[in-house]
Design a protein around this ligand. Sequence first.
Ligand SMILES: C[S@@+](CC[C@H](N)C(=O)[O-])C[C@H]1O[C@@H](n2cnc3c(N)ncnc32)[C@H](O)[C@@H]1O
Length: 195
Amino acid sequence: MRHIIYFSSKAVTSGGALRKKDLMEAGRIDIAIHSIIQGLYLSHDIRKDTVIHLVFYGMPDPPKHIEIHGSKVKIAKKNIAKLLQKILYKYKEGERKEVLPGCFVEKKSLLNIVDEFLEKNSQVFVLDENGKSIRDVDIENSKDVVFVLGDQEGLPKKELRRMKKTIQPVSVGNKTYFASQTIVIVNNELDFRNI
Ligand SMILES: C[S@@+](CC[C@H](N)C(=O)[O-])C[C@H]1O[C@@H](n2cnc3c(N)ncnc32)[C@H](O)[C@@H]1O
């Protein structure tokens, strides 16, 4: 299974906050939507082997961890903003709630999510311009593969420092790409390798 973890320090964390603002004012939820589209959607198909994780640290109730499973979700691209709104509205304190098939929400921090993958022996990589080229990185077919990336502000310094102690930083090129562009490159690399 492929897992993409998109982190945003400002993306809003309640359905009400998302409804009241436009997507850019809501902590650049537009970038999260681009990342979902590039992570999950193909021409006339959806990546059933991919899970998108959104980790939002904006107001009013951080952190929120949203999971969208390509194998189960049925949603048109144009309705993703409404889907996120609904998922955030339906959050229940103390629960990991499946709001719609393949769409989960819970309160969990970025480092806890990453640590859980490491405990399950998944291959975790952090997307970082200064990392090792993705073309030179060994990726096993038999294990889950996880890529962590940041929003327009990047990953928070403290968390990035912590992650880099145990996780291989990986670069997808010598330019700073949009978050959604890095997801396209990662998916393409994994496709070429039949992972
Ligand atoms: C728009 S970039 C963030 C730019 C931000 N100013 C910074 O310094 O991190 C969004 C995310 O994409 C990923 N990214 C962008 N370019 C990359 C590259 N060449 N290689 C690997 N990851 C990259 C990083 O995870 C980054 O946090």
